[in-house]
Design a protein around this ligand. Structure first.
Ligand SMILES: [Zn+2]
Length: 304
């Protein structure tokens, strides 16, 4: 054990041992959570683009002692996606932080007050695409680990499971990474997901799970015809509206102790009819159900 003498970043004269010094250099190497979040926001990682996001995290996790495994999964018909599993420590229980670096598209960029990928703090609020969902959560977790390591010796394991495929089809992301980790004998004892859950203030609520999500495409086939001769046609729009009305009026459940009632939302209705005097041959709608723990993905009781 060596004695090490140095000036810290605040100008204090320090005499210490090599382990404490190693922890100190680690802690100054990492940016603070705001800087790290801004750096991550600058990666335009709209699903399925990684845009350097995973490498940025790896760059900051490795000096903290994390062993980083990056894996790009591919499947025909889908875009390849980069994923990260980083683990610190190889003993005790493994506390995992699960998250995603991908973000949804920016929509109309001119409607933003800033460039969505050039984050800015305005009146004490950080603006940028993906700050809330969920780049800031990932960065705060990493900085919290760095802070924790300054004061503590790790007696268990800490890991991060980060995907770039959450906002998209979610085919080449966490699901495949979990299978790979199981193959390698990795066990996650508990998992924290940093998705935005607090509507008004941080710490307002903690969820013990997530609602399920299932999307439906509904096509009604009718018989095309002229509006002047409705008896010779069969208007699919009339039927589609009736079905959607019945679906929306149906109460799925009343909620549970931990979750709000399951909810069906119609997200689009498309007919694609450019005319005003032709009854179209078919009509399409898409709707999504967010379901609580009274239902399972394999159980279709949500629609009974
Ligand atoms: Zn999210």
């Amino acid at each position: 054990m060596y004695t090490i003498i140095y000036y810290d970043i605040d100008g204090n004269f320090i005499i210490t041992d090599e382990n404490t010094y190693a922890r100190y250099t680690m802690s100054v190497a990492i940016m603070n959570s705001l800087e790290l979040t801004q750096a991550l926001i600058r990666c335009p990682s709209i699903t399925p683009e990684d845009a350097g996001a995973i490498d940025l995290l790896t760059h900051h996790l490795t000096p903290l002692g994390f062993t980083c495994l990056t894996e790009t999964f591919t499947e025909s018909g889908t875009a390849s996606v980069k994923n990260l599993y980083a683990r610190l420590g190889n003993q005790g229980k493994n506390l995992c932080f699960a998250g995603h670096t991908d973000v949804v598209p920016v929509g109309d960029a001119s409607a933003w007050r800033i460039d969505p990928f050039k984050p800015e703090v305005i009146d004490g609020v950080l603006y940028g695409r993906g700050v809330v969902d969920m780049k800031a959560a990932i960065c705060c977790f990493i900085v919290a680990v760095a802070e924790y390591l300054k004061e503590h010796t790790l007696t268990h394991s800490i890991s991060l499971l980060i995907t770039g495929d959450e906002e998209g089809p979610a085919i080449n992301g966490t699901k495949k990474m979990l299978a790979l980790l199981a193959e390698r004998g990795e066990k996650l004892d508990a998992c924290i997901v940093g998705e935005p859950t607090n509507p008004l203030k941080l710490g307002e609520m903690v969820k013990i799970g997530r609602r399920g999500s299932i999307s439906f495409n509904l096509t009604v086939q009718g018989v095309q015809g002229h509006v002047a001769y409705p008896l010779l046609a069969d208007n699919p729009i009339t039927i589609l509206i009736a079905i959607l009305h019945a679906l929306k009026a149906h109460r799925l459940d009343s909620g549970t102790e931990f979750f709000q009632p399951s909810n069906l939302e119609i997200t689009t209705i498309d007919v694609g009819n450019p005319t005003g005097n032709v009854i179209p041959a078919k009509a399409n709608a898409t709707f999504n159900i967010r379901f609580n723990d009274l239902h399972t993905p394999s159980c279709p009781q949500v629609l009974t």
